[in-house]
Write a protein that binds this ligand. Structure first.
Ligand code: 5RP
Length: 219
């Protein structure tokens, strides 16, 4: 079974975790695209969604699902999103698609965060995937120098501007043994908008698409 099929399995399983929610948070990426496609059957039941990116907003609207401003929506019962890496404590690296800041905001206001991945994303130690850090453009070089001091090799994601008008540094070479501590440390660097470590607010449920089915890991 290929990776896309595994992503689709995890995405469909997430439907079972929505309970009777009428308003949901929706993340970004290819796995989430499968989830949005799977929402087709629930359209009539949903009042709408809060989206973490322009790309997901377009896909949701094309599906006929209203997209609400988070400031108007308030707290959300459930948020479904993918990840680039996940460990057994449900701590994540996210931001491969560059939507990490809005994803962090939606995760922060959601009661339950359901993370959907294929089994290639499960790791023992986070950091194999280059860690995305969203930065204010004028601070890019300063933040890069600070990240070098932390042992990383930052690489500017050229030709990419986030939905918030910022730049992304992808940090290679980190072995993240204490994800909450590194999340806090990188957040303190002046010019950082957000860091793609989701450890202070990890997922609550991880649905892992495998060739034999979907594994559920609870926090
Ligand atoms: C986007 C993200 C995505 O969740 C992450 O990159 C996973 O993407 P995919 O489902 O395409 O593998 O964090 O910012």
């Amino acid at each position: 079974m290929g990776t896309e099929d595994k992503k689709q399995r995890a995405a469909r399983e997430a439907l079972k975790w929505l309970d009777d929610a009428r308003l949901i948070g929706v993340g970004t990426g290819s796995t989430v695209n499968h989830f949005i496609d799977a929402l087709r059957d629930l359209r009539g039941r949903l009042d709408g969604a809060v989206s973490s990116s322009v790309a997901s907003t377009q896909r949701l609207k094309a599906m006929g699902i209203p997209v609400l401003d988070l400031n108007a929506a308030g707290a959300l019962p459930v948020y479904v999103d993918g990840a680039d890496e996940a460990n057994s404590r449900l701590q994540l690296i996210k931001g491969g698609g560059g939507a990490l800041t809005r994803e962090k905001i939606v995760a922060a206001v959601s009661k339950r965060f359901i993370c959907i991945v294929d089994d290639s994303k499960l790791v023992r130690v986070l950091g194999g995937f280059p860690l995305p850090v969203e930065v204010i453009p004028m601070a890019r070089s300063h933040v890069a120098r600070e990240l070098v001091k932390l042992g990383g090799r930052p690489d500017w994601r050229r030709d990419f501007i986030t939905d918030n008008g910022n730049h992304i540094l992808d940090v290679h070479g980190l072995t993240i043994l204490d994800p909450p501590a590194l999340e806090t440390e990188i957040n303190q660097i002046t010019g950082v908008v957000s860091v793609g470590i989701f450890a202070r607010r990890p997922a609550d449920v991880l649905l892992v698409g495998e060739s034999t089915g979907v594994r559920t890991i609870r926090g």
